[in-house]
Design a protein. Sequence first.
Length: 157
Amino acid sequence: MRVRACLLFGLALCIAGNAFAGEKKCTADVQTCLDYLAKKIQTKGWLGIHYEHDPAKGGYMITKIVPGSPADRAGFMVGDFVVAMNGISLKEESEELKAVYAEMTPGKTFTYTVIRNNQEKILTAELAKMPEDVALQMVGAHMLEHANVEEVHAEKN
């Protein structure tokens, strides 16, 4: 499993940057991608967690909670396994799930179904605006995916 921080966007921007479960490389040109990410960052809500996606189990294991984040205030804990959002399963991508992602803006409240100690728990969080440092890290990391490091290294030699 690959650790990813796109859940910082509240399980939202992962569809925009990478395919929800497919880990596909972005195919847009750099400027188009940068413009898209800049626009999305302004409109998407932020939950404040890091996770590992487990497609076999159909959910996301929380690996870090950002102190003071909406997730922290809502009672999320490291080790929680997120299996649904607003009652919609995260096991597979669906039109219903895409519609929920589209609604994830700062100030909106969402419910998350988590498994904690083998028991289902419902947590409610009001999404916040993404902090600037988080946005910059996300955009920077994605832009590095566009770089062709081998070609740049060869040009220097």
